[in-house]
Design a protein around this ligand. Structure first.
Ligand SMILES: *Cc1c(COP(=O)(O)O)cnc(C)c1O
Length: 222
Protein backbone atom coordinates (compact mmCIF):
# COMPACT_ATOMS: atom_id res chain seq x y z
CA UNK A 1 0.00 0.00 0.00
CA UNK A 2 1.17 3.53 -0.69
CA UNK A 3 2.19 6.03 1.96
CA UNK A 4 -0.78 8.17 1.01
CA UNK A 5 -3.22 5.26 1.42
CA UNK A 6 -1.71 4.30 4.77
CA UNK A 7 -1.91 7.87 6.01
CA UNK A 8 -5.49 8.33 4.92
CA UNK A 9 -6.48 5.09 6.57
CA UNK A 10 -4.88 5.99 9.89
CA UNK A 11 -6.24 9.52 9.87
CA UNK A 12 -9.75 8.20 9.27
CA UNK A 13 -9.50 6.19 12.51
CA UNK A 14 -8.25 9.04 14.72
CA UNK A 15 -10.63 11.09 16.86
CA UNK A 16 -10.46 14.83 16.20
CA UNK A 17 -8.57 15.67 19.41
CA UNK A 18 -5.70 13.30 18.56
CA UNK A 19 -2.66 14.66 16.69
CA UNK A 20 -0.76 12.38 14.33
CA UNK A 21 3.03 12.57 14.31
CA UNK A 22 4.36 10.76 11.23
CA UNK A 23 7.55 9.07 12.42
CA UNK A 24 9.90 9.25 9.45
CA UNK A 25 13.23 8.24 11.02
CA UNK A 26 15.58 6.38 8.61
CA UNK A 27 13.23 7.16 5.68
CA UNK A 28 14.35 9.13 2.61
CA UNK A 29 13.05 12.62 1.85
CA UNK A 30 11.10 11.22 -1.14
CA UNK A 31 8.99 9.19 1.31
CA UNK A 32 8.44 12.20 3.56
CA UNK A 33 7.42 14.27 0.53
CA UNK A 34 4.85 11.65 -0.38
CA UNK A 35 3.32 12.08 3.07
CA UNK A 36 3.64 15.85 2.79
CA UNK A 37 1.82 15.86 -0.53
CA UNK A 38 -0.92 13.79 1.09
CA UNK A 39 -1.37 16.60 3.61
CA UNK A 40 0.84 15.53 6.52
CA UNK A 41 2.61 18.45 8.22
CA UNK A 42 3.97 16.94 11.46
CA UNK A 43 7.00 14.68 11.28
CA UNK A 44 8.90 12.94 14.08
CA UNK A 45 12.58 12.02 13.99
CA UNK A 46 14.80 10.45 16.63
CA UNK A 47 18.23 11.72 15.51
CA UNK A 48 18.91 15.44 15.62
CA UNK A 49 21.32 15.51 12.68
CA UNK A 50 18.99 13.54 10.44
CA UNK A 51 16.09 15.84 11.36
CA UNK A 52 18.20 18.94 10.67
CA UNK A 53 19.19 17.61 7.25
CA UNK A 54 15.57 16.93 6.35
CA UNK A 55 14.48 20.32 7.69
CA UNK A 56 16.97 22.02 5.37
CA UNK A 57 15.61 20.47 2.18
CA UNK A 58 11.91 20.21 2.94
CA UNK A 59 9.06 22.78 2.85
CA UNK A 60 9.08 25.24 5.73
CA UNK A 61 5.50 24.76 6.90
CA UNK A 62 6.41 21.43 8.52
CA UNK A 63 6.39 20.95 12.31
CA UNK A 64 9.41 18.91 13.35
CA UNK A 65 9.17 16.80 16.51
CA UNK A 66 12.20 15.29 18.22
CA UNK A 67 10.96 11.98 19.63
CA UNK A 68 14.28 10.36 20.52
CA UNK A 69 16.64 10.64 23.45
CA UNK A 70 18.29 14.07 23.39
CA UNK A 71 21.95 14.70 24.09
CA UNK A 72 22.61 18.11 25.57
CA UNK A 73 25.45 18.99 23.22
CA UNK A 74 23.22 18.49 20.17
CA UNK A 75 20.31 20.72 21.18
CA UNK A 76 21.93 23.63 19.33
CA UNK A 77 21.45 21.88 15.98
CA UNK A 78 17.65 21.90 16.26
CA UNK A 79 16.93 24.97 18.39
CA UNK A 80 16.23 27.12 15.35
CA UNK A 81 13.34 25.04 14.08
CA UNK A 82 12.16 22.18 16.34
CA UNK A 83 8.56 22.62 17.44
CA UNK A 84 8.21 19.93 20.11
CA UNK A 85 10.79 17.87 22.02
CA UNK A 86 9.12 14.71 23.39
CA UNK A 87 11.90 13.07 25.36
CA UNK A 88 12.95 15.51 28.06
CA UNK A 89 13.91 13.71 31.24
CA UNK A 90 16.03 16.06 33.31
CA UNK A 91 16.37 19.68 34.38
CA UNK A 92 19.87 20.14 32.92
CA UNK A 93 18.49 19.36 29.50
CA UNK A 94 15.69 21.91 29.96
CA UNK A 95 18.29 24.53 30.87
CA UNK A 96 20.23 23.80 27.69
CA UNK A 97 17.07 23.88 25.55
CA UNK A 98 16.19 27.23 27.12
CA UNK A 99 19.65 28.61 26.44
CA UNK A 100 19.61 27.58 22.78
CA UNK A 101 16.00 28.71 22.27
CA UNK A 102 16.92 32.13 23.64
CA UNK A 103 19.63 32.50 21.00
CA UNK A 104 16.93 32.19 18.36
CA UNK A 105 14.42 34.25 20.30
CA UNK A 106 12.01 31.31 20.41
CA UNK A 107 9.99 29.39 22.96
CA UNK A 108 10.44 25.64 22.52
CA UNK A 109 7.67 23.30 23.66
CA UNK A 110 8.74 20.22 25.59
CA UNK A 111 7.18 17.05 26.97
CA UNK A 112 8.48 15.33 30.08
CA UNK A 113 9.26 11.71 29.36
CA UNK A 114 7.80 9.49 32.05
CA UNK A 115 9.00 5.94 32.53
CA UNK A 116 5.97 3.68 32.32
CA UNK A 117 7.53 0.50 30.92
CA UNK A 118 8.86 -2.31 33.06
CA UNK A 119 11.99 -2.63 30.89
CA UNK A 120 15.19 -0.95 32.05
CA UNK A 121 16.09 0.28 28.59
CA UNK A 122 13.39 2.94 28.35
CA UNK A 123 14.36 6.46 29.37
CA UNK A 124 12.19 8.63 31.52
CA UNK A 125 11.47 9.72 35.06
CA UNK A 126 8.90 9.03 37.72
CA UNK A 127 6.07 11.30 38.91
CA UNK A 128 8.14 12.56 41.85
CA UNK A 129 11.00 13.84 39.67
CA UNK A 130 8.63 15.38 37.16
CA UNK A 131 6.75 17.11 39.94
CA UNK A 132 10.00 18.40 41.45
CA UNK A 133 11.13 19.75 38.10
CA UNK A 134 7.99 21.71 37.35
CA UNK A 135 7.98 23.22 40.84
CA UNK A 136 11.67 24.09 40.90
CA UNK A 137 12.88 27.67 41.11
CA UNK A 138 15.14 26.99 38.13
CA UNK A 139 12.29 26.20 35.81
CA UNK A 140 10.36 29.32 36.69
CA UNK A 141 13.33 31.25 35.31
CA UNK A 142 13.48 29.43 31.97
CA UNK A 143 11.41 31.79 29.85
CA UNK A 144 12.24 30.17 26.50
CA UNK A 145 10.75 26.76 27.15
CA UNK A 146 7.23 25.61 27.81
CA UNK A 147 6.30 22.22 29.22
CA UNK A 148 3.13 21.17 27.48
CA UNK A 149 2.66 17.63 28.73
CA UNK A 150 4.09 14.15 29.02
CA UNK A 151 5.35 11.36 26.80
CA UNK A 152 5.72 7.67 27.46
CA UNK A 153 6.53 4.36 25.80
CA UNK A 154 4.90 1.13 26.86
CA UNK A 155 6.75 -2.14 27.32
CA UNK A 156 7.42 -4.06 24.10
CA UNK A 157 5.03 -6.94 24.73
CA UNK A 158 1.93 -8.67 23.36
CA UNK A 159 0.28 -8.40 26.76
CA UNK A 160 -2.48 -5.87 26.13
CA UNK A 161 -3.49 -5.68 29.76
CA UNK A 162 0.02 -4.62 30.73
CA UNK A 163 0.23 -1.99 27.97
CA UNK A 164 -3.17 -0.67 29.01
CA UNK A 165 -2.03 -0.43 32.62
CA UNK A 166 1.10 1.50 31.60
CA UNK A 167 -0.81 3.92 29.36
CA UNK A 168 -3.36 4.52 32.10
CA UNK A 169 -0.58 5.30 34.55
CA UNK A 170 0.73 7.96 32.16
CA UNK A 171 -2.71 9.51 31.97
CA UNK A 172 -2.89 9.59 35.78
CA UNK A 173 0.56 11.17 36.00
CA UNK A 174 -0.51 13.79 33.47
CA UNK A 175 -3.62 14.65 35.47
CA UNK A 176 -1.68 14.96 38.72
CA UNK A 177 1.02 17.16 37.16
CA UNK A 178 -1.61 19.32 35.50
CA UNK A 179 -3.06 20.33 38.86
CA UNK A 180 0.27 21.82 39.95
CA UNK A 181 0.21 25.50 39.12
CA UNK A 182 3.44 26.73 37.58
CA UNK A 183 4.69 29.48 35.27
CA UNK A 184 6.20 27.67 32.33
CA UNK A 185 3.78 24.79 32.04
CA UNK A 186 0.60 24.36 30.09
CA UNK A 187 -0.40 20.73 30.26
CA UNK A 188 -2.42 19.80 27.20
CA UNK A 189 -0.56 16.92 25.54
CA UNK A 190 -0.21 13.20 26.27
CA UNK A 191 2.12 11.66 23.69
CA UNK A 192 1.62 7.89 23.73
CA UNK A 193 0.96 5.19 21.19
CA UNK A 194 2.92 3.86 18.18
CA UNK A 195 1.96 1.68 15.19
CA UNK A 196 1.26 -1.40 17.28
CA UNK A 197 -0.62 0.19 20.15
CA UNK A 198 -1.97 3.61 19.18
CA UNK A 199 -5.62 2.55 19.29
CA UNK A 200 -5.18 1.27 22.81
CA UNK A 201 -3.32 4.47 23.70
CA UNK A 202 -6.19 6.62 22.43
CA UNK A 203 -8.64 4.61 24.52
CA UNK A 204 -6.41 5.35 27.50
CA UNK A 205 -6.37 9.11 26.89
CA UNK A 206 -3.62 9.79 24.36
CA UNK A 207 -3.83 13.14 22.56
CA UNK A 208 -0.80 12.59 20.30
CA UNK A 209 0.25 9.36 18.59
CA UNK A 210 3.66 8.71 17.02
CA UNK A 211 3.18 6.36 14.08
CA UNK A 212 6.03 5.22 11.84
CA UNK A 213 5.97 1.79 10.23
CA UNK A 214 2.20 1.74 9.66
CA UNK A 215 2.66 4.79 7.43
CA UNK A 216 6.08 4.34 5.84
CA UNK A 217 6.55 0.57 6.04
CA UNK A 218 9.11 -1.26 8.13
CA UNK A 219 12.48 0.33 8.74
CA UNK A 220 15.77 -0.90 7.37
CA UNK A 221 18.65 -0.20 9.75
CA UNK A 222 21.54 -1.29 7.52
C1 LIG B 1 10.31 4.76 16.18
C2 LIG B 1 9.46 5.39 17.21
C3 LIG B 1 8.06 5.44 17.05
C4 LIG B 1 7.32 4.82 15.88
O1 LIG B 1 7.35 3.43 15.93
P1 LIG B 1 6.46 2.54 14.93
O2 LIG B 1 6.32 1.26 15.64
O3 LIG B 1 7.23 2.43 13.65
O4 LIG B 1 5.16 3.24 14.73
C5 LIG B 1 7.33 6.08 18.04
N1 LIG B 1 7.92 6.66 19.10
C6 LIG B 1 9.26 6.63 19.28
C7 LIG B 1 9.84 7.28 20.48
C8 LIG B 1 10.07 6.00 18.35
O5 LIG B 1 11.39 5.96 18.54
Amino acid sequence: MSIQTNLEHIKSTLPEHVTLVAVSKTKPVTDLMEAYNAGQRIFGENKIQEMANKFTVMPKDIEWHMIGHVQRNKVKYMAEFVSLIHGVDNLNLLEEINKQALKHNRIINCLLQIKIASEDSKFGMDFESASNIIQSKTISELKNIKIVGVMGMATFTDNKKQIEKEFSSLKTTFQKLKTIKTDNCLFNTISMGMSGDYKLAINCGSTMVRVGSSIFGSRNYN
